[in-house]
Design a protein. Structure first.
Ligand code: ADP
Ligand code: MG
Length: 234
């Protein structure tokens, strides 16, 4: 970060001129072709685009789960393309939370244990992780589901546990890939509410891929992918 610059002046995640293509037989299939996007602290952004247009690809690149063919991903102003695997893993663990369409919780562990795990991997004391996990789950309305295993929870509850796990290490950015895609409208509404509430409470930068225009309408900003570029909607 430049001297004198404040954290608010720098996007939490900045995607610069991102290019990504896959080979389909002999022909390249260009998915992202110079995509640019800034995610800011405390702002929720909906990524609304048809299936197959590159939403998951963009989220994976923003979350350092996948590398672009060209372009740069900046996290808190720092370029990431030259980092070692260990350094990238560290950023993923500490600075980025990811929520998938299916909850991907560990079935043998309770809700509270699923939220404790990323904190224990980070090296926090067990007692601290219990306290923090309980607080986050309570905040998300799951105070009386702490000991339940994923199979004993409803779809919406499972997704809220997955959200709690994603924010357990207080990330700077929360990336969600169609997090309500498997939920009925009422439950989806509830999960979205939880996400929006978290952005305001924790000042995290959030990017959500979704097909749901009604829910996207409640985000601070809406973007789409057109011909491999990011375009602002409205
Ligand atoms: P979305 O999430 O918007 O549905 P994706 O980012 O998953 O889109 O995929 C964009 C396009 O890239 C799709 O046409 C998909 O088939 C293709 N694609 C994604 N991952 C791969 C891969 N690993 N190899 C080849 N093609 C891929
Ligand atoms: Mg997808």
């Amino acid at each position: 970060m430049a001297e004198g610059a404040k954290a608010q002046d720098v996007p939490v995640v900045y995607l610069h001129e991102i290019k990504r293509q896959y080979m389909q037989g002999d022909a390249p299939l260009v998915i992202l072709d110079g995509a640019k996007l800034a995610l800011w602290a405390g702002q929720s952004v909906a990524l609304v685009a048809p299936s197959g247009s590159g939403k998951s690809t963009l989220l994976h690149i923003a979350g350092l789960l996948e590398s672009p063919d060209d372009g740069e991903v900046y996290v808190a102003g720092a370029p990431t393309s030259q980092l070692s695997d260990v350094e990238r893993t560290q950023i993923r663990r500490n600075d980025i939370g990811f929520v998938y369409q299916s909850h991907r919780l560990l079935p043998e562990f309770s809700a509270v244990e699923n939220v404790m795990l990323p904190q224990m991997i980070r090296g926090l004391k067990r007692s601290e992780t219990v306290k923090r996990s309980t607080e986050i789950l309570t905040y998300l309305g799951l105070a009386d589901r702490l000991k339940h295993r994923p199979a004993e929870l409803s779809g919406g509850e499972q997704q809220r546990v997955a959200i709690a796990r994603a924010v357990a290490n207080a990330p700077r950015a929360l990336l969600a890939d169609e997090p309500t895609g498997n939920l009925d409208p009422n439950t989806a509404d509830h999960v979205f509410q939880a996400l929006v509430q978290l952005v305001k409470a924790t000042n995290v930068a959030m990017l959500i891929a979704t097909h749901n225009m009604e829910l996207a309408g409640r985000m601070d900003r809406r973007v789409s992918i057109v011909d491999g570029h990011i375009v602002e909607l409205e």
